[in-house]
Design a protein around this ligand. Structure first.
Ligand SMILES: *Cc1c(COP(=O)(O)O)cnc(C)c1O
Length: 432
């Protein structure tokens, strides 16, 4: 499989080169030249296939001959070595729980897959691979855990000071070793801008092989298709083809869902559930894509004013807005609606949604008001435990915090505070 850049100015790359580069040299995002189609026969037998077999079959065409079969089989099996259940909430809405991995959010899957691919490719690179990543909350922990102690790779994580939850902060600042956490006095967009700026100055760091672990990297983006095929395996087919609501920030996850759909995954509609950061819901309404400054919300991992992966969705639909709108609906949900949804689903159904899942649930309910025959599921992207300090006052109840979380919270934070200043970051990297 070859990947071209969405800016069309860079040469095509195979899976290995595209994974190592992260972003294409012309600053575009890599996009597969062809979309593999999964056979009807394969989809019809999905209920009897194992998660490992499904994951391997989905990703193999994208990896091509960049890796031997047994290596890729091991990597996919390790990537998904935790439960991924579908839980019922109401009679129309289920929850695909993607938060049973080590950092309690769906990003574990992409980060585990990418770190193992990079670890395999690192053996052929003589320079020290340095993964630079900006996080709005969950990426940092997932990437830190994915790459922890992988030989030949250092990770530098930039996160916005005071804008991540205490569990999130501890997940990315307590590992040490090859994981370096930088606490930036600024927003997530500032962190992302710092990372972009450093990439444009790559030649100034001749001893480092710099790459990114943000969701623009194909090795993080593509394995997210697994969720949607697992969901189809688990889905009660008597309920018809599902409407799928995806809490969205940088739009990597939902873009993987739409890619799966292009490969023949059955789906009735995708719902992009956004918080107050509404540039995509506005775009689908007006046709104008206007990046906006980030608005901080309760669903902080979705606080993205300028979603980088949306360009891939446009590419997938060949920039044909009417076709995109046939399958994609977007809603912007306020913090007040998020709080009400958490409280109501807890009281009514005994199901505790995290703030991101609550945005998804609310958006799906809105859609269902106009589609009374449909059923569907939300992609529950994080565990409510990750936000327990925020959740308890909302549900007016105590959430038992499991021992491993209590232990995490007791560990000392190891981070370095930096200004929102690229020179400070550059000098840190020169000393690595
Ligand atoms: C990252 C994240 C999102 C947003 O995912 P995107 O792929 O950036 O759209 C949603 N929910 C949680 C919990 C996250 O960590």
């Amino acid at each position: 499989m070859f990947y071209y850049s969405t800016n069309k100015q860079s040469p095509v790359a195979d899976f290995k080169t595209a994974t190592l580069n992260g972003q294409a040299p012309d600053k575009g995002l890599y996009f597969p030249k062809t979309i593999p189609v999964l056979q009807k026969e394969w989809l019809n037998h999905i209920e009897s296939a194992s998660f490992e077999a499904i994951a391997y079959d989905v990703i193999q065409p994208y990896v091509g001959d960049a890796m031997p079969k047994t290596i890729l089989q091991n990597i996919t099996a390790e990537t998904i070595s935790f439960p991924i259940p579908m839980a019922g909430i109401s009679n129309r809405i289920s929850s695909l729980e993607l938060f049973h991995g080590p950092t309690l959010a769906f990003k574990d899957i992409g980060a585990r897959f990418m770190s193992r691919c990079l670890g395999y490719f690192a053996k052929t690179i003589t320079k020290k691979i340095t993964v630079l990543v900006a996080t709005s909350g969950d990426t940092g922990g997932a990437v830190a855990h994915g790459f922890y102690n992988i030989p030949g790779i250092d990770v530098v994580i930039l996160y916005p000071s005071k804008k991540v939850s205490s569990v999130q902060e501890k997940q990315l600042t307590t590992l040490g070793n090859n994981i370096h956490a930088l606490e930036v006095k600024g927003s997530f967009d500032d962190c992302q801008a710092l990372v972009k700026n450093i990439f444009s100055r790559h030649p100034e760091f001749p001893s480092l092989f710099l790459t990114s672990a943000n969701s623009i990297n194909i090795a993080r983006w593509l394995p997210q298709q697994f969720y949607y095929f697992f969901a189809w395996k688990l889905w009660d087919k008597k309920k018809g083809t599902p409407v799928i609501a995806v809490p969205s920030g940088n739009f990597g996850n939902i873009c993987a869902g739409l890619l799966a759909y292009a490969s023949s995954l059955p789906a009735k509609q995708f719902i992009a559930a956004c918080n107050a950061n509404d540039s995509i819901p506005q775009f689908l309404k007006t046709g104008l894509l206007e990046p906006k400054p980030t608005i901080p919300t309760l669903s902080n991992a979705m606080d993205v004013g300028h979603p980088s992966n949306f360009i891939r969705i446009l590419e997938l639909f060949q920039h044909q807005l009417p076709e995109l709108k046939n399958i994609l609906t977007a809603y912007s949900i306020s913090d007040a609606e998020t709080i009400n949804t958490i409280r109501n689903t807890y009281q009514q159904y005994g199901y505790l949604l995290d703030p991101h899942g609550a945005v998804g649930f609310n958006a799906l309910e809105k859609y269902f008001r106009h589609h009374p025959q449909d059923n569907g599921f939300i992609v529950e992207t994080a565990s409510p435990l990750k936000f327990y300090d925020l959740m308890e006052p909302i549900i007016n109840d105590v959430m038992p915090v499991p021992a491993h979380i209590q232990h995490l919270l007791s560990l000392p934070k190891q981070s370095r505070i930096i200004e929102n200043n690229v020179e400070e970051l550059a000098s840190f990297l020169r000393k690595m």
